[in-house]
Design a protein around this ligand. Structure first.
Ligand SMILES: [Ca+2]
Ligand SMILES: [Ca+2]
Length: 327
């Protein structure tokens, strides 16, 4: 809660990317024109309020779906991971490795009010997968001081953290370039289906703290034994998907899904297409319904619990996702 309040206070600051600022040229702003889609689903396994005292239980702030869909710069929606917590995100379209960064992870850090070169930052490892089973971690490095524990009131330099999510303030994502994992046999960098975010345990105590790729302790706020402790995920943006974005039906000229919100049936119409394959996926990424349907024919959804769903459509070489609400 401390952090949420401070984020609100920090928002009116006018940002300019200079070398002394928490922001630099690599930061991905929430409205960057390279953003082609946002995470469609998110499932969080909460981490500890304090991993050294597990009796306190788990972090609990926010809900998993707060990390899906576009980031709003005025929203304080987060999902807090806690010490060692994990979030797994999936996408309507696989992520491909193209020139430059391929996706960005957003956290709700905020500037030091007296030194804009510093910010309150919480960090996380980032891993990717092409099958949801085998993950490869971006090699992460910490280059800052490791003698004084960063705590809940300490500001840090984002540039000290390399390939760790959370190096920028709210509204600015940390970029990740799949090129770094090109030689990994465990993933196909041109077909990334899952992104996994793992909270860094910032303790400098080697018995519990997280280490970087060189075996060095990563200094990150610790202890943060409150509901919003640990990495506060706000969104994951894809910068390079070649397919169609997740969008409202109205934004696609030749596809419609109606009614939306739906109660008993949905009717999907696709110009010039007679039949298509569909998959209805819930916000946790689980496929609830699937099958073949004809354009203009009703698909029964009365059995679905109320909530937000994605309808993934496949026909020919085309794959598209439409978001709808079951009421
Ligand atoms: Ca790339
Ligand atoms: Ca942490």
């Amino acid at each position: 809660m401390y952090k949420i309040l401070c984020t609100l206070l920090a928002l009116p600051v006018a940002y300019s990317a200079t070398a002394q600022h928490n922001l630099d040229a690599a930061a991905i702003k929430f409205d960057d024109t390279r953003i082609s889609q946002w995470a469609a689903t998110c499932v969080v396994e909460r981490g500890w309020l304090d991993i050294a005292d597990k009796a306190q239980g788990y972090a609990s702030a926010g809900a998993d779906q707060n990390a899906t869909g576009p980031l709003s710069p005025t929203s304080t929606n987060i999902v807090s991971l806690g010490d060692s917590g994990v979030a797994v995100l999936t996408f309507a379209e696989p992520i491909h490795n193209v020139d430059g960064p391929d996706f960005a992870v957003f956290e709700n850090g905020f500037l030091d009010p007296v030194d804009s070169g510093r910010a309150f930052l919480e960090l996380a490892f980032v891993e990717v997968s092409s099958d949801g089973v085998n993950y490869v971690r971006f090699p992460a490095y910490y280059n800052g001081q490791d003698t004084a524990q960063i705590d809940n009131f300490t500001y840090a330099k984002g540039q000290d953290y390399v390939n760790l999510a959370g190096r920028y303030i709210h509204g600015y994502g940390t970029p990740f370039d799949l090129e770094a994992l090109r030689d990994s046999a465990a993933v196909d960098v041109d077909n990334i289906t899952h992104v996994r975010i793992v909270d860094v345990i910032g303790s400098l105590d080697p018995a519990i703290g997280s280490k970087d790729a060189d075996g060095r302790m990563i200094n990150d706020p610790y202890a943060t034994a409150f509901a919003s402790g640990g990495f506060d995920l706000t969104g994951v943006a894809v910068l390079n998907a070649t397919g169609t974005n997740i969008t409202t039906p109205e934004a696609i000229d030749n596809i419609s899904l109606r009614p939306n919100p739906a109660t008993n049936n949905i009717v999907i119409s696709i110009d010039r297409i007679h039949t298509f394959y569909y998959q209805i996926v819930n916000i946790s990424g689980k496929t609830i319904l699937q099958g073949n349907a004809g354009s203009g024919a009703a698909i029964g959804v009365s059995g679905l619990p109320a909530g937000v769903y994605y309808c993934i459509l496949k026909y020919g070489n085309t794959k598209r996702a439409i978001k709808f609400v079951k009421q």
